[in-house]
Write a protein that binds this ligand. Structure first.
Ligand SMILES: Nc1ncnc2c1ncn2[C@@H]1O[C@H](COP(=O)(O)OP(=O)(O)OP(=O)(O)O)[C@@H](O)[C@H]1O
Ligand SMILES: [Mg+2]
Length: 497
């Protein structure tokens, strides 16, 4: 009967020796400290008399193989090789960009940089979508990406933070959080000109400011009215803004509202009485911003400034009490600043992070502004990150076949990177269809743990475990209150028992 050694022998013939019949191979010996020294047992040389012990050679030869490991080369298609050798893994995206964590399939590190991946053709745009159920670490990941990117010279804008959880992060990295809402005492004039881009002459700049103010007022009015403006309302708004600009260098909203309610200008197409009648609904909708539940926020010159050169700026809306409509109005007012900063051609590469975006995309006016940012992203070096709960959030926008629905779907189509955190079982089929996932990838979605996500980067897919440092964990924690309550309860139950 053949022993196991004998049957394995042909695969381990030492280099340079002729292969012999296995059962005629002599027993090999080696002197400790002389790797590769072999001798016939029947004729031991004085220098090679020690048989290799079962635990291997000791001394300098420790851990060395006596023979080279040789396997005949084999070539096959990746399908067949995956069956014959199932331990195949993605090569990864390289080591450019910020370290995210561990690639769960290969065990290697996973780095991500949308600008580098766009430059090498892996991505067709730098925008990213991040979807996942509550509390699975979406914001945590976004905060890691943002703060780690700052070390690479990128800046970060968070144009709306309804939970106020980015403020502490912005301040920790030397940036600023602009807090708006009841009790903050801060006021922002949405008609501020914003920072003037370098290289733009005075005439072009004035034209740009006028265009921006008009677009902003139109978006504000549409949001406040809950419908698009009629043609006569556009005319009334033009007249009111023109009159407000003629009274001050930097007009304010109350002056525009006064001009809508009691116009003082006459246009070729309309008398003041006609303008007042046409702009009546509009005036009352905008009046809410200066005298209604948002009084004190936008009704005068700004008391806070937006510094686009800071590493991170977030707009903290946690003090805005009320519906998503109010948040949308405030974000629209503040967006003029940010858009001016983003339009700066020499502004470098920037992340714009829309956390809790499922609330924002319900507002058609905001959605339209977001879409224009998406389209500009490549030209201006911006990577937008949209954070939602599930892909069907994008289908809950507007009515079927509405423009808003099409805009929301367009945002998904313009995100080359999709990161999917845990999804409910009922959502996985839809997610897989939307993202073109394989069944193996789809099956992973309900089982993903906190901090784990399926990254679809261009045509490649990875399961990545986000790794956070202790300092990040402390800074980004949004469950601190929950853990305080839990530990208080545990203490109380320990005391009573
Ligand atoms: N990678 C991680 N490492 C350690 N802890 C994590 C990680 N990801 C998430 N957590 C923990 O999970 C908590 C919730 O995370 P996070 O607030 O990012 O969830 P979310 O998906 O944004 O939730 P929501 O949808 O409610 O905004 C964090 O406060 C943190 O304690
Ligand atoms: Mg979150």
């Amino acid at each position: 009967m053949r022993t196991r050694n004998q049957s394995a022998e042909p695969f381990y013939s030492p280099a340079g020796t002729k292969r012999r019949s296995p059962w005629r191979q002599p027993r090999r010996t080696v002197q400790a400290g002389q790797p590769g020294t072999v001798a016939r047992k029947g004729n031991p040389s004085p220098a090679a008399a020690v048989v290799v012990p079962a635990a291997g050679a000791s001394g300098p030869a420790q851990g060395c193989a006596l023979r080279r490991f040789r396997v005949p080369p084999h070539r096959a298609t990746s399908d067949i090789v995956a069956g014959a050798y199932p331990f195949l893994a993605e090569a990864g995206l390289g080591s450019h960009g910020v370290y995210i964590g561990q690639d769960a399939w290969s065990g290697g590190g996973f780095c991500f940089d949308p600008w580098t991946l766009y430059a090498d053709g892996t991505l067709t745009n730098p925008n990213c979508l991040l979807a996942g159920v509550l509390g699975k670490g979406k914001s945590f990941l976004a905060k890691s990406i943002a703060t780690r990117s700052i070390a690479f010279g990128r800046r970060v804008y968070v144009p709306g933070d309804p939970k106020g959880e980015w403020s502490v992060v912005a301040e920790a990295v030397g940036g600023a959080a602009i807090r708006l809402g009841t009790g903050t005492g801060n006021r922002l004039n949405p008609l501020d000109a914003g920072p003037r881009p370098a290289g733009l002459d005075q005439a072009a700049w004035e034209q740009e400011v006028a265009r921006r103010r008009r677009t902003l007022l139109g978006a504000l009015a549409a949001t406040a009215l809950g419908r698009p403006l009629a043609a006569v309302e556009h005319t009334a708004l033009d007249a009111a803004l023109g009159a407000a600009c003629s009274t001050a260098d930097v007009p304010t909203l109350p002056v525009v509202v006064d001009q809508l309610l009691t116009p003082t200008v006459t246009l070729a197409a309309a008398t003041p009485a006609e303008l007042a009648r046409d702009g009546r609904d509009l005036a009352h909708a905008l009046r809410r911003l200066v005298a209604g539940d948002l009084a004190g926020l936008f009704d005068g010159p700004s008391t806070v400034t937006f510094d686009p050169d800071l590493p991170m700026v977030s707009l903290d809306l946690s003090a805005i009490q009320g519906s998503d409509d109010l948040i949308a109005l405030v974000m629209t007012c503040a967006s003029a600043w940010m858009e001016a900063a983003l339009a700066e051609p020499d502004g470098g590469q920037r992340w714009v992070i829309y956390d809790e975006a499922w609330r924002l995309i319900r507002q058609p006016a905001l959605l339209a502004r977001m879409q224009s940012q998406w389209k500009l992203s490549r030209g201006l070096g911006i990577a937008n990150l949209l954070i939602i709960h599930r892909l069907s959030d994008l289908e809950a926008v507007g009515d079927a076949n509405s423009q808003a629905r099409a805009l929301a779907q367009g945002l998904l189509a313009d995100c080359s990177t999709k990161i999917v955190y845990q999804q409910e079982v009922s959502e996985t089929a839809h997610t897989a269809t939307k993202l073109g996932l394989t069944t193996a990838e789809q099956d992973q979605l309900p089982d993903l743990q906190r901090g784990e996500g399926l990254w679809r980067v261009g045509q490649q897919a990875f399961i990545v475990r986000h790794v956070a440092t202790p300092a990040e964990t402390q800074l980004f924690d949004t469950s601190a209150r929950m853990s305080t309550l839990t530990s208080a309860r545990t203490r109380a139950s320990e005391e009573t028992s």
